[in-house]
Design a protein around this ligand. Structure first.
Ligand SMILES: Nc1nc2c(c(=O)[nH]1)N[C@H]1C(S)=C(S)[C@@H](COP(=O)(O)OP(=O)(O)OC[C@H]3O[C@@H](n4cnc5c(N)ncnc54)[C@H](O)[C@@H]3O)O[C@H]1N2
Ligand code: MOO
Length: 422
């Protein structure tokens, strides 16, 4: 197993390539773009039931200890070790029973109390013995082996002490966070307001799917792709009709989009063709462009700028390029604006199942299939051949993107590569 380059780079590095002449390396472009955006300042209070997927807006401290009180971890008997005098076996009368939800009771001297999992440990008891470990005869419980001090007692605060950090601002609320908040009695929480993201696909050839095509027209794949990617609890999507490739139509459409959004995502019109007007439109509208011409394949024409406070994400028109640039760069920008602390795409390592060739110059994100594990237990990945940034069918068959460093011409079977699982 060979490792071509140090693959564990400090985050937020994504590809670590040096770029080709005149092209900006992906990591530089990403860092530059991330520096352009700041977190939304508006916060709203939402019910915990509605908080899934939202970004916590403020640090939270534990309002209570967890567990809230000493309670039984097993169904059995609560007892006082000091009552097991002399050599065993011992017998103790059962004074009563306590279940989860019952108010705490006091353990009378030289007696045991029947206790069920989750019930408060009676005051005076210092161990719970599981029912499988005892012999119950009538009202007596027989004990062969003394339990250890504190056995099967879940102590107040053993999971979390009151006042300790509970969750930090920027944490995404998922099932684990929801359990912690709910278990701490928190029914509502402050989250960043939803990010308004407008989708504007440009191209005179575009027709909405489901509608009839005239010769030369194609159905708009990017809008649906982005609409799907942006269907997130923290995003308020603004769907706009596709726009013809004329400067005046684009100016009006971009201005309309920017008037209602925090981010305007456009697709198409960012390359060098006669009908690629998007960058000029942004400049005409008083915006500035900070990132363009990336050493990235696909995605070279990705352009990022600002129109006042609105972020403009100019994705290439080719659908695979639009998808990859959104996945590798765009979603981290949106996530940062929406208040999330962790915005890196998930990365892992895999071994190439077959050698690959690559034209040096741009860091490539090549669609690939995961194949399972080799004899060493290493995930195998197989890159697709004859890729193209128009190939949406091929993209749909991929379950990862393999990152091929810009400068490499070839990688061998068995070499470890970084992958972005999809
Ligand atoms: N002479 C050069 N030509 C091109 C270059 C270059 O460097 N020099 N770059 C190529 C690369 S890389 C890409 S990617 C594309 C990007 O072009 P644009 O962002 O300007 O996109 P368009 O020209 O508008 O469209 C490209 C392609 O994608 C199709 N498309 C566009 N929008 C959609 C959509 N919503 N759904 C489906 N398909 C869409 C469009 O019909 C074109 O086929 O430029 C290369 N050219
Ligand atoms: O790099 Mo383009 O973005 O080939 O499709």
């Amino acid at each position: 197993m060979t490792l071509h380059r140090p693959v564990h780079r400090p985050d937020p590095a994504i590809c670590g390539c040096d770029g080709a002449a005149g092209l900006v390396p992906v990591d530089t472009a990403r860092a530059r773009a991330l520096a352009m955006v700041t977190r939304l300042s508006e916060v709203e209070e939402v019910a915990l039931a509605d908080a899934t997927g939202r970004a916590l807006a403020r640090d939270c401290l534990a309002p209570v200890a967890l567990p809230l009180f000493d309670n039984a971890a097993m169904d059995g008997y609560a007892l006082r070790l000091g009552d097991l005098r002399g050599p065993g076996p011992w017998g103790l009368p059962v004074a009563g029973s306590i279940r989860a939800g019952d108010a705490p009771v006091v353990l009378p001297p030289r007696q045991a109390i029947r206790i069920l999992t989750g019930a408060p440990v009676p005051a005076g008891a210092d161990a719970v013995i599981a029912q499988e470990q005892v012999a119950r005869t009538g009202n007596m419980v027989g004990i062969e082996k003394a339990p250890a001090l504190g056995q099967h007692i879940r102590r107040r605060g053993d999971d979390l002490v009151e006042g300790a950090p509970l969750l930090a601002a920027g944490r995404a609320i998922g099932p684990r966070e929801a359990a912690l908040l709910a278990g701490s009695g928190i029914g509502a929480l402050p989250v960043a307001r939803r990010l308004r993201v407008a989708i504007l696909c440009s191209g005179s050839e575009l027709v909405a799917p489901g509608k009839a095509l005239a010769p030369g027209q194609i159905w708009d794949a990017n809008h649906a792709m982005l609409a799907s990617a942006l269907t997130r609890p923290w995003i308020q999507r603004i769907a706009l009709p596709s726009c013809a490739d004329t400067p005046s139509a684009l100016r009006d459409a971009v201005q309309h989009a920017a008037s209602q959004a925090d981010i305007v995502i456009t697709t198409g019109g960012v390359s060098v063709g006669d009908e690629d007007h998007m960058a000029q439109v942004i400049i005409d509208l008083g915006g500035r462009i900070e990132v363009m011409k990336l050493a990235m394949k696909p995605g070279k024409p990705l352009s990022i700028g600002k129109l006042g406070n609105v972020l403009w994400l100019g994705l290439p028109g080719n659908p695979v390029a639009a998808y990859v640039t959104w996945h590798v760069i765009g979603q981290a920008l949106a996530g940062k604006m929406a208040g999330f602390a962790q915005n890196e795409p998930q990365k892992s390592l895999a071994a190439l199942a077959a050698p690959i060739r690559h034209t040096p110059g741009r860091c490539e994100f090549r669609p690939a299939r995961l194949l399972g594990y080799d004899a060493r237990g290493v995930q195998q990945v197989s890159c697709m051949e004859q890729t193209g940034s128009h190939r949406i069918a091929q993209l749909s068959q991929a379950d990862a993107l393999v990152m091929i460093p810009a400068e490499l011409e070839q990688m061998n079977a068995g070499e470890l590569v970084e992958i972005l699982p999809l």
